[in-house]
Each structure stands twice: as structure tokens, then as C-alpha cells.
Design a protein around this ligand. Structure first.
Ligand code: ATP
Ligand code: MG
Length: 493
């Protein structure tokens, strides 16, 4: 099969249909940018972009449902039918563009549309992002040898790198991000220009910095991304706090200084495919250490670094305008990450307090931050027993206890259906019912329990009391069994 056919086969029908509609109306239509790059290296595209010589008005005229509310001429085309694949629900169609002058290094002063695809490819950032494909016949337009760079794993600007970074300094961060998403090397002239122009990032909005930073964190090689950001002197635009951690030695069990430890913990989180919040918490968990380091008797101490760190983490994430909910969660994970490092014996009440502090829904993520933290110190295999013990204890304190509260009936309802007055008999009845339900969980229906309560309540009080006591014993026994099961699951005592 030729390259052309194999590429065409990988294009979703919804995307094909949008291009066909444009071409049938005598316009040109090419797939371009990230999607072609990804297709050529067998990655799954995140979105599908089409570029055309039609104007926004002409595009809108061809489709039944479109969205058009941006300065770049991009029209979102809603595709037909029920789709599972999120990336084809809306296809972005953008007229060929020509970027003129940038006076504020941020966005072009004006956007001019063009009738020539060459202009559109020329304004794109990197050679690997400047390849266009005609989806009707698989014809490829590759004016900047993007395919060669793709093969060689090289990131190179289209045209003079100095000019391109001066036009839009965000491209500096895009280079770092793409380099760690694709595991590509930045070509030397491009690299030099990127270092020379790093100061220009001051003009880029926090939101755009955040978006590239997030993508870098979510890539497979975020540690490399952070190292490149340091090497190219752009860490300060993500946050100056990171620079403070460079070279801060820790001594003791730590092989690495704070900075190295943080980026290694981040990498571990990425290796485990953990989500953004856990990755950010791994990256930030010791960010309070530079401010709290004091000489101790035999080694450095960092008392309170988790409290200071939580505050710093909050500031960093707020500066980058991350969503409030994400910030709250990351801050909690940073604030409580020391829980598992406590060398004293951890008791059930301590675990319960921790669960209350960090929130039930965040407990396992906190545990993951600890795993990343531990491996990030360079002592991978230490103390797996203790880790399992914590897991067992967490599960024990978080499970719903066996109680009469589980029943599909309560004391009030028993009194309604039996016309019994409040008294000890109601409690005995509930425990007697619990015993039956523990024996056979299928009996836990309102219908059965109401009927059965009617029978039990007629028993002499002594007899009912004996049934109730037995119910309590069984309840304790089942509780113990459940805890035993959890401990067995984690192989701990
Ligand atoms: P992703 O896989 O994250 O979508 P992408 O390369 O497709 O990566 P987008 O932001 O979707 O990134 O941009 C689509 C295309 O637009 C790019 O491939 C590139 O050709 C062009 N582009 C995006 N941002 C810039 C920029 N700042 N300067 C020049 N061209 C850009
Ligand atoms: Mg894209």
C-alpha cells in the first residue's frame, strides 16, 4: 500500500466529509498542522485542522451548523451523526492566512487571508507542523522538508528562527513542549535563537504559558521539559520558585537536590500515567523546602515545608490561572504529603484525621504523590510493607461499617408498622433483623423487613432481647472478617 493510501485510510470519515464539501464547491481543502504530523509518525491526532482558500463567510455558507467567534478566521464545523471520537465532533476550518506585522510580540496586528496555501504554510511555527495533505488524493505539500525532520526527530522553525521567535515568543515554549511530547531534538540554530530570545516570553499571557506548560507536564517526558526550560532560561516565566530549588542540597536519605528530586518525582508520575493534578502535586510537593531549610544536628531540616509549600503552590498555580478546583486539590496534596513520611507508628485515628483533612476523594492520589516522592529520592524499593500497611488502614477507615444503618428499615418505620411505642424492643428488633440480613443480604428489602418486624415484635421481650444480642455478636464478627479481608488483600498483619 502506498503512503498516500495508508494516510487517507487513517482520516475519519467526518473529516473527509468536511473537506469533500469544500472541494465540491470548488475550494481547495487541506489537512494541516498537528494532525498530519501525528499521522505521519503514527500518533493519534488531538484535533483535525483543515485549511482552505474559502473565506469565513464562504465556509459558513456551506455547512448547516458552524461556530465563528474568533479573530483568526477559524470556523468550527459541527459534523453529523453520533460520534464516539471526541476529536471529530467539531472540525476547525481556517482560511489560508498570511501574518503581517507583530508589534507586541503577542499577536499579529492584523490577519490577512490569502488565496495561496504557500502563504499559510510559511506562517506556521515548525517544519513538522507545516505539512499539508489533500485528503481526496493523499497529495502532500511539504515546502520545508518537514517529513525529513520528522524522520530524524528534529524540531526546526520554518524560516529564520530569530524572526519567528520575535514574532511570537510563545513558540519558545511550544518548542520545548513539542520536544518532550515527541521526544525530538531542537535543531541548533533554532536552539540558539530560542535562548537569545527567551526574555520575550515576558510579553506572553499567563494563559498561553499555562496551556503549553500543562501539555508539557502531560507529555511522556516532562522531566526533560523542565530541564530544557531551565537550560533555556525560561523557567522564570513558569515560576521563579523553581529556580530557588536548584542546587538546594538535602543530605540524609536524599541523593538529589530539591530541584532534581521534584522533576524526578514528576517524571515518575508521568511514567505511571497519573493525571495532571497528581503530576503537579509531585512537581510541587517540596517547593517549600528552599525557604525552610535550616542546619540541624547532623543534617538539614525542613520543618513546616509542607505548610509553606502549600502556600507557594497556590500562588504559582493562581499566577498561571489554573482552574480553582484543580488548585484546591493540588494545594491539599502538597499540604498533606508529609503524612506518610511520619516515622511514628500511624494509628487509625491519625489516618482518619488525614482522610478528613485531604478529603476522601483525594486519599489515593495523596498516596500516589507519596509513591512518586519516595521513588524520586532514588530509593525505589524501600519499605513496601509500610506502604501496603497504609493502604490497608486507609481502606479500613474509609469503608462503611456494618450497622443497622444499612437496613432498608429504621426504628421509626418499625414503630409505624407495628404500632409499638418507643423502647428497648425496637433496638432488639433492629439487631435481630441485621443478623438475618448479614446471613442473607437478599432479605434487605423494605417489604420483607416490615413483615418480619411485625412477627419479631410479638415475641416475649426476653426472647427478642436474646435475638438482638446474637445479632450484635454477628455484627462484630463480620466487622472483624471485613478488616481481615482487607489486611489479607494487602498482605499485612
Ligand atoms: P497539538 O497536538 O497539541 O494539537 P498542534 O501542533 O496541532 O499540537 P495547535 O495549537 O493545535 O498545535 O496548532 C495547530 C497548528 O497551528 C500547528 O501545528 C502549527 O502549524 C500552527 N500553530 C499553532 N500555534 C502556532 C504559533 N504560535 N505560531 C505559528 N504556528 C502555530
Ligand atoms: Mg492540534
Amino acid at each position: 500500500m502506498s503512503l498516500q493510501t495508508s494516510l487517507i485510510e487513517k482520516i475519519p470519515t467526518e473529516v473527509q466529509a468536511v473537506a469533500t464539501t469544500l472541494q465540491k464547491a470548488n475550494f481547495e481543502a487541506y489537512l494541516v498542522g498537528g494532525c498530519i504530523r501525528d499521522l505521519l509518525i503514527n500518533r493519534k491526532p488531538k484535533d483535525w485542522d483543515i485549511t482552505t482558500n474559502a473565506t469565513p463567510e464562504e465556509i459558513i455558507g456551506l455547512f448547516s451548523e458552524t461556530f465563528y467567534e474568533n479573530a483568526y478566521g477559524t470556523v468550527g464545523v459541527k459534523t453529523e451523526g453520533d460520534k464516539v471520537d471526541e476529536t471529530v465532533k467539531v472540525i476547525e476550518v481556517t482560511p489560508y492566512r498570511l501574518e503581517t506585522k507583530y508589534t507586541d510580540v503577542r499577536r499579529p496586528d492584523s490577519i490577512t487571508f490569502s488565496k495561496d496555501i504557500k502563504d499559510d504554510l510559511k506562517r506556521r511555527d515548525f517544519t513538522i507542523n507545516a505539512i499539508a495533505l489533500d485528503p481526496s488524493n493523499g497529495h502532500i505539500i511539504d515546502l520545508y522538508k518537514g517529513q525529513t525532520d520528522l524522520k530524524d526527530g528534529i524540531l526546526r522553525t520554518v524560516g529564520n528562527p530569530h524572526d519567528r521567535f520575535q514574532e511570537d515568543a510563545l513558540r519558545i515554549l511550544r518548542a520545548i513542549r513539542l520536544s518532550c511530547e515527541l521526544n525530538f531534538t531542537i535543531e541548533s540554530d533554532t536552539e540558539k535563537a530560542l535562548v537569545d530570545n527567551s526574555d520575550l516570553l515576558i510579553h506572553i499571557s499567563k494563559e498561553r504559558v499555562r496551556d503549553e506548560f500543562s501539555k508539557m507536564i502531560m507529555s511522556d517526558y516532562p522531566q526533560r521539559g523542565m530541564e530544557l526550560a531551565q537550560k533555556y532560561n525560561v523557567l522564570r516565566f513558569i515560576s521563579p520558585e523553581f529556580e530557588k530549588s536548584i542546587g538546594i542540597e538535602q543530605g540524609g536519605v536524599h541523593k538529589y537536590n530539591v530541584w532534581e528530586h521534584l522533576i524526578r518525582s514528576l517524571q515518575l508520575s508521568a511514567d505511571k500515567k497519573w493525571p495532571l493534578d497528581v503530576r503537579l502535586a509531585s512537581l510541587l510537593h517540596d517547593i517549600g523546602k528552599p525557604d525552610t531549610r535550616r542546619p540541624g544536628e547532623s543534617k538539614w531540616t525542613f520543618y513546616g515545608h509542607e505548610v509553606v509549600g502549600a502556600r507557594i503552590a497556590k500562588r504559582i498555580l493562581m499566577d498561571l490561572k489554573f482552574p480553582q478546583k484543580l488548585i484546591e486539590k493540588v494545594v491539599k496534596l502538597v499540604r498533606w504529603h508529609m503524612f506518610f513520611s511520619d516515622t511514628e507508628t500511624i494509628t487509625h485515628s491519625a489516618v482518619r484525621r488525614m482522610v478528613a483533612n485531604v478529603g476522601k476523594e483525594n486519599v489515593w492520589d495523596l498516596m500516589n504523590v507519596r509513591v512518586a516522592d519516595r521513588i524520586g529520592t532514588g530509593r525505589p524499593k524501600e519499605n513496601p510493607y509500610r506502604l501496603r500497611k497504609y493502604q490497608a488502614m486507609i481502606e479500613e477507615v474509609m469503608r462503611d461499617p456494618i450497622s443497622v444503618g444499612m437496613l432498608k428499615i429504621d426504628g421509626k418505620r418499625i414503630m409505624e408498622v407495628t404500632r409499638e411505642t418507643p423502647g428497648r424492643k425496637i433496638g432488639y428488633t433492629l439487631h435481630a433483623l441485621l443478623e438475618e440480613v448479614l446471613e442473607d443480604p437478599k432479605l434487605n428489602t423494605a417489604e420483607y423487613l416490615e413483615m418480619r418486624a411485625g412477627e419479631l415484635i410479638k415475641l416475649p421481650e426476653e426472647e427478642l432481647k436474646a435475638l438482638g444480642e446474637k445479632g450484635k455478636q454477628i455484627q462484630e464478627q463480620v466487622e472483624e472478617e471485613k478488616v481481615g479481608e482487607i489486611r489479607k488483600k494487602y498482605h499485612v498483619e
